[in-house]
Design a protein around this ligand. Structure first.
Ligand code: NAP
Ligand code: MG
Length: 497
Protein backbone atom coordinates (compact mmCIF):
# COMPACT_ATOMS: atom_id res chain seq x y z
CA UNK A 1 0.00 0.00 0.00
CA UNK A 2 1.47 3.33 -1.04
CA UNK A 3 1.36 6.52 0.92
CA UNK A 4 -0.63 9.30 -0.70
CA UNK A 5 1.68 11.72 -2.46
CA UNK A 6 2.56 14.41 -1.63
CA UNK A 7 2.56 13.13 1.96
CA UNK A 8 2.72 16.57 3.55
CA UNK A 9 1.68 20.04 2.53
CA UNK A 10 4.73 22.24 1.96
CA UNK A 11 3.48 24.90 4.34
CA UNK A 12 1.24 24.74 7.39
CA UNK A 13 -1.94 26.85 7.35
CA UNK A 14 -1.41 30.33 8.75
CA UNK A 15 -3.06 29.84 12.14
CA UNK A 16 -0.89 26.80 12.86
CA UNK A 17 2.30 28.58 11.80
CA UNK A 18 1.52 31.48 14.07
CA UNK A 19 0.27 29.40 17.00
CA UNK A 20 3.11 26.89 16.93
CA UNK A 21 5.92 29.39 16.46
CA UNK A 22 5.99 30.34 20.15
CA UNK A 23 6.83 27.93 22.98
CA UNK A 24 3.52 26.91 24.52
CA UNK A 25 3.30 27.69 28.21
CA UNK A 26 1.50 26.12 31.16
CA UNK A 27 -1.81 27.67 32.19
CA UNK A 28 -1.89 28.20 35.96
CA UNK A 29 -4.05 30.56 38.02
CA UNK A 30 -5.35 32.39 34.95
CA UNK A 31 -1.89 33.06 33.48
CA UNK A 32 0.33 31.43 30.89
CA UNK A 33 3.67 30.73 32.55
CA UNK A 34 6.92 28.85 31.95
CA UNK A 35 7.64 25.68 33.87
CA UNK A 36 9.40 26.30 37.20
CA UNK A 37 12.36 24.30 35.89
CA UNK A 38 12.42 26.33 32.67
CA UNK A 39 12.33 23.03 30.75
CA UNK A 40 10.36 22.38 27.57
CA UNK A 41 9.62 19.20 25.65
CA UNK A 42 9.08 18.61 21.94
CA UNK A 43 5.73 17.64 20.44
CA UNK A 44 5.97 15.69 17.19
CA UNK A 45 3.99 15.70 13.98
CA UNK A 46 3.08 12.01 13.60
CA UNK A 47 2.84 12.34 9.81
CA UNK A 48 6.49 13.36 9.50
CA UNK A 49 8.19 12.60 12.80
CA UNK A 50 9.34 16.23 12.84
CA UNK A 51 9.00 18.57 15.80
CA UNK A 52 5.75 20.50 15.64
CA UNK A 53 6.07 22.64 18.76
CA UNK A 54 7.94 23.12 22.02
CA UNK A 55 5.82 22.95 25.14
CA UNK A 56 6.70 23.92 28.73
CA UNK A 57 7.31 20.74 30.72
CA UNK A 58 5.23 20.72 33.86
CA UNK A 59 6.60 18.73 36.80
CA UNK A 60 5.96 18.38 40.54
CA UNK A 61 6.58 22.08 41.29
CA UNK A 62 4.14 23.22 38.60
CA UNK A 63 1.50 20.71 39.67
CA UNK A 64 1.87 22.04 43.22
CA UNK A 65 1.27 25.60 42.02
CA UNK A 66 -1.70 24.55 39.90
CA UNK A 67 -3.28 22.56 42.73
CA UNK A 68 -2.79 25.52 45.11
CA UNK A 69 -4.48 27.83 42.57
CA UNK A 70 -7.35 25.39 42.12
CA UNK A 71 -7.68 25.09 45.90
CA UNK A 72 -7.83 28.88 46.34
CA UNK A 73 -10.45 29.13 43.60
CA UNK A 74 -12.46 26.38 45.23
CA UNK A 75 -12.28 27.71 48.80
CA UNK A 76 -13.04 31.29 47.74
CA UNK A 77 -16.22 29.99 46.09
CA UNK A 78 -15.27 32.06 43.04
CA UNK A 79 -16.76 29.22 41.00
CA UNK A 80 -18.99 27.00 43.14
CA UNK A 81 -20.51 30.09 44.76
CA UNK A 82 -21.66 31.63 41.48
CA UNK A 83 -25.37 31.34 40.79
CA UNK A 84 -25.75 28.05 38.87
CA UNK A 85 -27.17 29.93 35.87
CA UNK A 86 -23.94 31.96 35.66
CA UNK A 87 -21.83 28.81 35.77
CA UNK A 88 -24.02 27.43 32.99
CA UNK A 89 -23.57 30.63 31.00
CA UNK A 90 -19.80 30.53 31.19
CA UNK A 91 -19.67 26.86 30.15
CA UNK A 92 -22.00 27.75 27.28
CA UNK A 93 -19.75 30.64 26.30
CA UNK A 94 -16.79 28.27 26.25
CA UNK A 95 -18.79 25.98 23.95
CA UNK A 96 -19.70 28.93 21.70
CA UNK A 97 -16.11 30.08 21.46
CA UNK A 98 -14.97 26.54 20.69
CA UNK A 99 -17.54 26.37 17.92
CA UNK A 100 -16.38 29.73 16.53
CA UNK A 101 -12.81 28.47 16.48
CA UNK A 102 -13.75 25.04 15.06
CA UNK A 103 -11.30 25.30 12.16
CA UNK A 104 -8.36 26.22 14.38
CA UNK A 105 -9.06 23.43 16.86
CA UNK A 106 -9.61 20.85 14.11
CA UNK A 107 -6.34 21.85 12.49
CA UNK A 108 -4.35 21.61 15.73
CA UNK A 109 -5.94 18.26 16.54
CA UNK A 110 -5.11 16.87 13.12
CA UNK A 111 -1.51 18.10 13.25
CA UNK A 112 -0.92 16.94 16.81
CA UNK A 113 -2.66 13.56 16.73
CA UNK A 114 -2.43 12.76 13.01
CA UNK A 115 -6.15 12.17 12.50
CA UNK A 116 -7.80 13.32 9.26
CA UNK A 117 -8.74 17.00 9.45
CA UNK A 118 -12.16 16.12 8.02
CA UNK A 119 -12.79 13.83 11.00
CA UNK A 120 -11.66 16.40 13.56
CA UNK A 121 -14.05 18.87 11.91
CA UNK A 122 -17.13 16.67 12.07
CA UNK A 123 -16.36 14.58 15.16
CA UNK A 124 -13.78 15.79 17.68
CA UNK A 125 -14.63 19.49 17.79
CA UNK A 126 -18.44 19.41 17.38
CA UNK A 127 -18.74 16.55 19.86
CA UNK A 128 -16.68 18.57 22.36
CA UNK A 129 -18.99 21.56 21.84
CA UNK A 130 -22.02 19.32 22.31
CA UNK A 131 -20.64 17.84 25.52
CA UNK A 132 -19.96 21.24 27.05
CA UNK A 133 -23.45 22.49 26.12
CA UNK A 134 -25.09 19.38 27.54
CA UNK A 135 -23.21 19.73 30.82
CA UNK A 136 -23.90 23.49 31.00
CA UNK A 137 -27.57 22.49 31.15
CA UNK A 138 -26.97 20.39 34.26
CA UNK A 139 -25.40 23.23 36.26
CA UNK A 140 -28.89 24.52 37.11
CA UNK A 141 -30.33 21.07 37.79
CA UNK A 142 -28.14 19.61 40.55
CA UNK A 143 -30.82 18.61 43.00
CA UNK A 144 -31.02 16.97 46.40
CA UNK A 145 -33.90 14.97 47.83
CA UNK A 146 -36.30 15.60 50.63
CA UNK A 147 -36.41 12.33 52.56
CA UNK A 148 -39.10 11.23 55.01
CA UNK A 149 -37.39 9.60 58.02
CA UNK A 150 -38.61 8.26 61.33
CA UNK A 151 -39.17 10.85 64.06
CA UNK A 152 -39.76 14.56 64.17
CA UNK A 153 -37.16 15.59 61.65
CA UNK A 154 -36.86 17.37 58.34
CA UNK A 155 -34.20 15.51 56.32
CA UNK A 156 -32.79 16.40 52.96
CA UNK A 157 -29.72 15.84 50.83
CA UNK A 158 -27.46 18.35 49.12
CA UNK A 159 -25.16 17.57 46.23
CA UNK A 160 -21.95 19.52 46.67
CA UNK A 161 -18.89 19.73 44.41
CA UNK A 162 -16.14 17.24 45.33
CA UNK A 163 -13.55 20.03 45.30
CA UNK A 164 -10.23 20.14 43.47
CA UNK A 165 -10.03 17.53 40.73
CA UNK A 166 -7.05 16.24 38.78
CA UNK A 167 -7.86 15.10 35.25
CA UNK A 168 -5.36 13.02 33.29
CA UNK A 169 -6.23 12.37 29.66
CA UNK A 170 -4.84 10.43 26.67
CA UNK A 171 -3.85 11.31 23.12
CA UNK A 172 -6.47 9.54 20.99
CA UNK A 173 -9.15 12.28 21.23
CA UNK A 174 -7.24 15.03 23.04
CA UNK A 175 -9.87 17.78 22.90
CA UNK A 176 -12.88 15.51 23.30
CA UNK A 177 -11.40 13.77 26.34
CA UNK A 178 -10.76 17.19 27.87
CA UNK A 179 -14.37 18.22 27.16
CA UNK A 180 -15.78 14.97 28.58
CA UNK A 181 -13.92 15.63 31.81
CA UNK A 182 -14.16 19.41 32.12
CA UNK A 183 -17.90 19.63 31.38
CA UNK A 184 -19.29 17.77 34.40
CA UNK A 185 -16.56 19.03 36.76
CA UNK A 186 -17.29 22.66 35.85
CA UNK A 187 -21.06 22.15 35.98
CA UNK A 188 -20.75 20.64 39.45
CA UNK A 189 -18.65 23.56 40.72
CA UNK A 190 -15.29 21.79 40.99
CA UNK A 191 -11.94 23.40 40.14
CA UNK A 192 -9.54 21.57 37.89
CA UNK A 193 -5.95 20.71 37.08
CA UNK A 194 -5.86 19.05 33.68
CA UNK A 195 -2.85 17.11 32.45
CA UNK A 196 -3.02 16.34 28.72
CA UNK A 197 -0.97 13.54 27.16
CA UNK A 198 2.65 14.38 26.36
CA UNK A 199 1.99 13.46 22.70
CA UNK A 200 -0.96 15.85 22.26
CA UNK A 201 -1.04 18.86 24.61
CA UNK A 202 -1.87 21.54 22.02
CA UNK A 203 -5.68 21.64 21.88
CA UNK A 204 -5.99 21.67 25.69
CA UNK A 205 -3.72 24.72 25.79
CA UNK A 206 -5.81 26.50 23.16
CA UNK A 207 -8.89 25.56 25.19
CA UNK A 208 -7.28 27.27 28.19
CA UNK A 209 -6.77 30.38 26.05
CA UNK A 210 -10.44 30.60 25.13
CA UNK A 211 -11.50 29.81 28.72
CA UNK A 212 -9.46 32.84 29.80
CA UNK A 213 -11.10 34.94 27.07
CA UNK A 214 -14.65 34.07 28.08
CA UNK A 215 -13.91 34.98 31.69
CA UNK A 216 -13.47 31.89 33.85
CA UNK A 217 -12.12 33.10 37.20
CA UNK A 218 -8.37 32.41 37.73
CA UNK A 219 -7.59 28.97 39.16
CA UNK A 220 -10.86 27.33 38.07
CA UNK A 221 -9.18 25.61 35.13
CA UNK A 222 -5.44 24.95 35.08
CA UNK A 223 -3.68 23.06 32.28
CA UNK A 224 -0.28 21.52 32.98
CA UNK A 225 1.27 19.48 30.17
CA UNK A 226 4.16 17.23 31.11
CA UNK A 227 5.07 13.58 31.35
CA UNK A 228 2.88 10.99 33.01
CA UNK A 229 5.58 9.65 35.28
CA UNK A 230 6.30 13.13 36.68
CA UNK A 231 3.43 15.63 36.28
CA UNK A 232 0.74 12.93 36.06
CA UNK A 233 2.05 11.02 39.05
CA UNK A 234 2.33 14.24 41.12
CA UNK A 235 -1.31 15.02 40.41
CA UNK A 236 -2.55 11.51 41.16
CA UNK A 237 -0.82 11.41 44.55
CA UNK A 238 -1.30 15.06 45.57
CA UNK A 239 -2.72 15.24 49.11
CA UNK A 240 -4.76 18.38 48.32
CA UNK A 241 -6.55 16.90 45.29
CA UNK A 242 -10.00 15.52 46.16
CA UNK A 243 -10.58 13.43 43.08
CA UNK A 244 -8.64 12.13 40.11
CA UNK A 245 -10.32 11.26 36.82
CA UNK A 246 -8.20 9.28 34.41
CA UNK A 247 -8.54 7.98 30.87
CA UNK A 248 -5.81 5.76 29.43
CA UNK A 249 -4.32 2.31 29.75
CA UNK A 250 -5.49 -0.20 32.34
CA UNK A 251 -1.87 -0.54 33.44
CA UNK A 252 -1.56 3.16 34.33
CA UNK A 253 -5.11 3.09 35.76
CA UNK A 254 -3.85 0.66 38.41
CA UNK A 255 -0.92 2.99 39.18
CA UNK A 256 -3.40 5.87 39.61
CA UNK A 257 -5.46 3.84 42.09
CA UNK A 258 -2.36 3.13 44.19
CA UNK A 259 -1.24 6.78 44.04
CA UNK A 260 -4.71 7.95 45.09
CA UNK A 261 -4.66 5.77 48.20
CA UNK A 262 -2.51 8.27 50.16
CA UNK A 263 -5.41 10.63 50.83
CA UNK A 264 -8.11 8.25 49.57
CA UNK A 265 -9.09 10.71 46.88
CA UNK A 266 -12.07 9.67 44.79
CA UNK A 267 -11.12 7.94 41.55
CA UNK A 268 -12.90 7.46 38.25
CA UNK A 269 -11.22 5.51 35.46
CA UNK A 270 -11.95 5.03 31.79
CA UNK A 271 -9.54 2.35 30.65
CA UNK A 272 -8.80 -0.04 27.84
CA UNK A 273 -10.98 -2.45 25.94
CA UNK A 274 -10.89 -5.54 23.76
CA UNK A 275 -14.39 -5.19 22.50
CA UNK A 276 -16.23 -8.07 20.83
CA UNK A 277 -18.22 -7.31 17.71
CA UNK A 278 -20.59 -10.18 16.88
CA UNK A 279 -22.14 -10.64 13.46
CA UNK A 280 -24.91 -13.21 13.16
CA UNK A 281 -25.80 -14.76 9.81
CA UNK A 282 -29.25 -13.20 9.97
CA UNK A 283 -27.82 -9.67 9.98
CA UNK A 284 -27.87 -7.24 7.07
CA UNK A 285 -24.43 -8.53 6.09
CA UNK A 286 -23.42 -5.57 3.94
CA UNK A 287 -24.31 -3.12 6.71
CA UNK A 288 -22.57 -5.27 9.34
CA UNK A 289 -19.42 -5.50 7.23
CA UNK A 290 -19.28 -1.76 6.81
CA UNK A 291 -20.03 -1.27 10.51
CA UNK A 292 -17.30 -3.69 11.55
CA UNK A 293 -14.76 -1.89 9.35
CA UNK A 294 -15.77 1.45 10.88
CA UNK A 295 -15.72 -0.11 14.35
CA UNK A 296 -12.04 -0.99 14.04
CA UNK A 297 -10.53 1.52 11.59
CA UNK A 298 -12.10 4.73 12.95
CA UNK A 299 -9.36 6.96 14.39
CA UNK A 300 -6.78 4.44 13.12
CA UNK A 301 -8.11 1.97 15.67
CA UNK A 302 -6.94 4.23 18.49
CA UNK A 303 -10.29 4.01 20.25
CA UNK A 304 -10.84 2.43 23.63
CA UNK A 305 -14.08 1.01 22.16
CA UNK A 306 -12.44 -0.42 19.00
CA UNK A 307 -14.24 -3.59 17.88
CA UNK A 308 -10.97 -5.51 17.79
CA UNK A 309 -12.34 -9.04 18.30
CA UNK A 310 -14.74 -9.79 15.47
CA UNK A 311 -16.88 -12.92 15.77
CA UNK A 312 -18.77 -13.90 12.61
CA UNK A 313 -21.22 -16.78 12.14
CA UNK A 314 -19.47 -19.26 9.84
CA UNK A 315 -21.90 -19.14 6.90
CA UNK A 316 -21.14 -15.43 6.35
CA UNK A 317 -17.54 -15.39 7.63
CA UNK A 318 -15.80 -15.21 4.24
CA UNK A 319 -18.20 -12.61 2.91
CA UNK A 320 -17.67 -10.37 5.95
CA UNK A 321 -13.91 -10.76 6.30
CA UNK A 322 -13.22 -10.33 2.59
CA UNK A 323 -15.54 -7.33 2.61
CA UNK A 324 -13.60 -5.69 5.46
CA UNK A 325 -10.29 -6.55 3.77
CA UNK A 326 -11.55 -4.95 0.54
CA UNK A 327 -12.65 -1.85 2.46
CA UNK A 328 -9.21 -1.73 4.13
CA UNK A 329 -7.41 -1.97 0.80
CA UNK A 330 -9.54 0.82 -0.63
CA UNK A 331 -8.62 3.23 2.19
CA UNK A 332 -6.19 6.05 1.50
CA UNK A 333 -3.36 6.23 3.99
CA UNK A 334 -1.95 9.74 4.25
CA UNK A 335 -1.33 13.01 6.04
CA UNK A 336 -4.28 14.24 8.08
CA UNK A 337 -4.40 17.54 6.18
CA UNK A 338 -4.80 15.78 2.81
CA UNK A 339 -8.52 15.75 1.98
CA UNK A 340 -8.20 12.29 0.36
CA UNK A 341 -6.94 10.66 3.57
CA UNK A 342 -9.04 8.00 5.29
CA UNK A 343 -6.30 6.67 7.57
CA UNK A 344 -3.73 9.01 9.11
CA UNK A 345 -0.60 8.04 11.02
CA UNK A 346 -0.61 6.49 14.47
CA UNK A 347 0.16 9.00 17.18
CA UNK A 348 3.80 8.18 17.93
CA UNK A 349 6.81 6.02 17.08
CA UNK A 350 6.11 4.14 20.32
CA UNK A 351 2.60 3.34 19.13
CA UNK A 352 3.91 2.36 15.68
CA UNK A 353 6.31 -0.11 17.29
CA UNK A 354 3.56 -1.43 19.56
CA UNK A 355 1.03 -2.02 16.81
CA UNK A 356 3.46 -3.59 14.31
CA UNK A 357 4.83 -5.68 17.18
CA UNK A 358 1.35 -7.09 17.86
CA UNK A 359 0.83 -7.91 14.17
CA UNK A 360 4.19 -9.71 14.09
CA UNK A 361 3.42 -11.62 17.26
CA UNK A 362 0.07 -12.77 15.83
CA UNK A 363 1.74 -14.05 12.69
CA UNK A 364 4.51 -15.74 14.68
CA UNK A 365 1.82 -17.52 16.72
CA UNK A 366 0.11 -18.83 13.56
CA UNK A 367 -2.46 -16.21 12.57
CA UNK A 368 -2.57 -14.83 9.03
CA UNK A 369 -3.34 -11.46 7.46
CA UNK A 370 -6.12 -11.11 4.93
CA UNK A 371 -5.10 -7.53 4.24
CA UNK A 372 -2.49 -5.07 5.48
CA UNK A 373 -0.01 -6.01 8.16
CA UNK A 374 2.80 -3.59 7.39
CA UNK A 375 4.08 -0.12 8.04
CA UNK A 376 3.49 2.33 5.18
CA UNK A 377 6.44 4.45 4.04
CA UNK A 378 9.54 5.10 6.12
CA UNK A 379 8.63 8.52 7.42
CA UNK A 380 5.85 9.22 9.91
CA UNK A 381 3.99 6.51 11.82
CA UNK A 382 1.66 4.98 9.19
CA UNK A 383 0.33 1.42 9.40
CA UNK A 384 -1.95 -0.37 6.93
CA UNK A 385 -5.47 -1.17 8.09
CA UNK A 386 -5.13 -4.87 8.86
CA UNK A 387 -7.50 -7.85 8.94
CA UNK A 388 -6.24 -10.98 10.72
CA UNK A 389 -7.80 -14.45 10.59
CA UNK A 390 -6.90 -17.79 12.19
CA UNK A 391 -6.22 -16.13 15.55
CA UNK A 392 -6.73 -18.37 18.59
CA UNK A 393 -8.27 -17.23 21.89
CA UNK A 394 -4.98 -17.57 23.82
CA UNK A 395 -2.96 -15.37 21.45
CA UNK A 396 -1.76 -11.95 22.60
CA UNK A 397 -3.59 -10.28 19.70
CA UNK A 398 -6.85 -11.72 21.06
CA UNK A 399 -6.22 -10.78 24.70
CA UNK A 400 -4.36 -7.46 24.78
CA UNK A 401 -5.44 -4.03 23.62
CA UNK A 402 -3.58 -3.28 20.35
CA UNK A 403 -4.93 0.26 19.94
CA UNK A 404 -4.31 0.29 16.21
CA UNK A 405 -6.17 -0.51 12.96
CA UNK A 406 -5.98 -4.26 13.48
CA UNK A 407 -8.96 -6.59 13.74
CA UNK A 408 -8.83 -10.31 14.49
CA UNK A 409 -11.80 -12.20 13.01
CA UNK A 410 -12.98 -15.61 14.27
CA UNK A 411 -15.83 -17.74 12.88
CA UNK A 412 -18.42 -19.34 15.18
CA UNK A 413 -20.96 -22.12 14.63
CA UNK A 414 -23.13 -22.12 17.71
CA UNK A 415 -24.89 -18.82 18.42
CA UNK A 416 -25.48 -20.03 21.99
CA UNK A 417 -21.78 -20.41 22.71
CA UNK A 418 -20.54 -17.17 21.27
CA UNK A 419 -21.27 -15.24 24.48
CA UNK A 420 -18.64 -17.22 26.38
CA UNK A 421 -15.99 -16.27 23.83
CA UNK A 422 -17.16 -12.65 23.65
CA UNK A 423 -17.00 -12.25 27.43
CA UNK A 424 -13.65 -14.07 27.69
CA UNK A 425 -11.63 -10.91 28.41
CA UNK A 426 -10.57 -8.88 31.43
CA UNK A 427 -12.09 -5.86 29.72
CA UNK A 428 -15.74 -4.79 29.51
CA UNK A 429 -15.98 -1.45 27.77
CA UNK A 430 -18.11 -1.98 24.66
CA UNK A 431 -19.54 -4.58 22.30
CA UNK A 432 -21.41 -4.80 19.02
CA UNK A 433 -24.21 -7.11 17.89
CA UNK A 434 -25.49 -7.41 14.33
CA UNK A 435 -28.76 -9.30 13.73
CA UNK A 436 -32.27 -8.67 12.41
CA UNK A 437 -33.75 -10.90 15.12
CA UNK A 438 -35.04 -8.45 17.75
CA UNK A 439 -35.29 -11.03 20.48
CA UNK A 440 -31.75 -12.27 19.90
CA UNK A 441 -30.42 -8.70 19.84
CA UNK A 442 -31.84 -7.87 23.27
CA UNK A 443 -30.86 -11.20 24.82
CA UNK A 444 -27.28 -10.87 23.62
CA UNK A 445 -27.14 -7.19 24.68
CA UNK A 446 -28.18 -8.22 28.19
CA UNK A 447 -25.66 -11.07 28.37
CA UNK A 448 -22.61 -9.11 27.23
CA UNK A 449 -20.48 -7.85 30.13
CA UNK A 450 -19.81 -4.38 28.72
CA UNK A 451 -20.66 -0.77 29.56
CA UNK A 452 -22.04 -0.04 26.10
CA UNK A 453 -23.63 -2.45 23.60
CA UNK A 454 -24.32 -1.25 20.07
CA UNK A 455 -26.93 -3.15 18.07
CA UNK A 456 -26.69 -2.82 14.28
CA UNK A 457 -24.41 0.20 14.74
CA UNK A 458 -21.03 0.96 16.28
CA UNK A 459 -19.28 3.89 18.03
CA UNK A 460 -22.46 5.89 18.59
CA UNK A 461 -21.98 8.37 21.43
CA UNK A 462 -24.15 11.05 22.92
CA UNK A 463 -23.52 13.38 25.86
CA UNK A 464 -26.77 12.11 27.42
CA UNK A 465 -25.63 8.45 27.34
CA UNK A 466 -23.54 7.04 30.20
CA UNK A 467 -20.18 5.72 29.02
CA UNK A 468 -17.75 3.56 30.97
CA UNK A 469 -16.52 0.09 31.67
CA UNK A 470 -17.38 -3.17 33.39
CA UNK A 471 -14.52 -5.26 34.79
CA UNK A 472 -11.01 -3.83 34.20
CA UNK A 473 -12.29 -1.21 31.76
CA UNK A 474 -12.94 1.27 34.50
CA UNK A 475 -14.72 2.80 37.45
CA UNK A 476 -17.61 5.23 37.15
CA UNK A 477 -19.21 6.73 34.08
CA UNK A 478 -18.50 9.65 31.78
CA UNK A 479 -21.10 11.88 30.12
CA UNK A 480 -24.78 11.82 31.12
CA UNK A 481 -26.14 12.58 34.56
CA UNK A 482 -23.92 9.77 35.90
CA UNK A 483 -20.77 11.79 35.18
CA UNK A 484 -22.13 14.71 37.13
CA UNK A 485 -22.68 12.44 40.11
CA UNK A 486 -19.02 11.43 39.93
CA UNK A 487 -18.08 15.10 40.59
CA UNK A 488 -20.37 15.66 43.57
CA UNK A 489 -20.60 14.45 47.16
CA UNK A 490 -23.97 13.79 48.78
CA UNK A 491 -24.54 15.44 52.12
CA UNK A 492 -27.48 14.43 54.35
CA UNK A 493 -28.86 17.21 56.53
CA UNK A 494 -31.16 16.33 59.43
CA UNK A 495 -33.11 19.07 61.23
CA UNK A 496 -34.99 18.48 64.52
CA UNK A 497 -38.41 20.01 64.22
P1 NAP B 1 -1.09 5.93 29.24
O1 NAP B 1 0.34 5.84 29.62
O2 NAP B 1 -2.10 5.21 30.04
O3 NAP B 1 -1.42 7.51 29.17
C1 NAP B 1 -2.63 8.12 29.54
C2 NAP B 1 -2.35 9.36 30.38
O4 NAP B 1 -1.80 8.98 31.63
C3 NAP B 1 -1.34 10.31 29.76
O5 NAP B 1 -1.69 11.64 30.06
C4 NAP B 1 -0.07 9.91 30.47
O6 NAP B 1 0.92 10.89 30.44
C5 NAP B 1 -0.57 9.65 31.86
N1 NAP B 1 0.31 8.83 32.69
C6 NAP B 1 1.21 7.91 32.29
N2 NAP B 1 1.84 7.37 33.36
C7 NAP B 1 1.32 7.96 34.45
C8 NAP B 1 1.56 7.84 35.86
N3 NAP B 1 2.47 7.00 36.34
N4 NAP B 1 0.85 8.61 36.69
C9 NAP B 1 -0.07 9.48 36.23
N5 NAP B 1 -0.33 9.65 34.92
C10 NAP B 1 0.35 8.89 34.04
O7 NAP B 1 -1.26 5.52 27.76
P2 NAP B 1 -0.11 5.54 26.64
O8 NAP B 1 1.21 5.14 27.17
O9 NAP B 1 -0.18 6.85 26.00
O10 NAP B 1 -0.67 4.40 25.67
C11 NAP B 1 -0.41 3.05 26.00
C12 NAP B 1 -1.62 2.20 25.73
O11 NAP B 1 -2.70 2.63 26.55
C13 NAP B 1 -2.17 2.28 24.34
O12 NAP B 1 -1.48 1.49 23.44
C14 NAP B 1 -3.57 1.83 24.57
O13 NAP B 1 -3.63 0.43 24.59
C15 NAP B 1 -3.92 2.37 25.92
N6 NAP B 1 -4.69 3.63 25.82
C16 NAP B 1 -6.00 3.60 26.11
C17 NAP B 1 -6.76 4.76 26.01
C18 NAP B 1 -8.23 4.77 26.29
O14 NAP B 1 -8.92 5.67 25.84
N7 NAP B 1 -8.74 3.85 27.07
C19 NAP B 1 -6.16 5.95 25.62
C20 NAP B 1 -4.79 5.96 25.36
C21 NAP B 1 -4.08 4.80 25.48
P3 NAP B 1 2.00 10.83 29.27
O15 NAP B 1 1.28 10.85 28.00
O16 NAP B 1 2.77 12.07 29.46
O17 NAP B 1 2.79 9.58 29.48
MG1 MG C 1 2.65 7.03 28.42
Amino acid sequence: MALLAPPIPSQLPEFAQHYLSRTKQLYIDGKFVDAQSGKTFPVFNPATGEILAEVAEGDVADINLAVAAARRAFESKAWSGLPPSQRARLIDKLADKLEERLEDFALLESLDNGKPLAVARVADVPMSVDNLRYMAGWATKILGDSIPIAGDFHAYTRREPIGVVGQIIPWNFPLLMAAWKLGPALAAGCTIVLKPAEQTPLSALLLAEIAAEVGFPPGVLNVVPGYGETAGAALAEHPDVDKVAFTGSTEVGKIIVRAAAGNLKKVTLELGGKSPNIIFADADVAQATQGAAFGIFFNMGQCCTAGSRLFVERSVFDEVTHGIAAAAKAMNVGHGLDARTDIGPLVSDEQLARVTGYIESGIAEGARTLSGGARVGDRGYFVEPTVIVDAKPHMKIMREEIFGPVVAATPFDDPNEILGAANDTVYGLAAGVWTKDVSKAHKVAAALRAGTVWVNCYNVFDPALPFGGFKQSGWGREMSHNALECYTETKSVVVKL
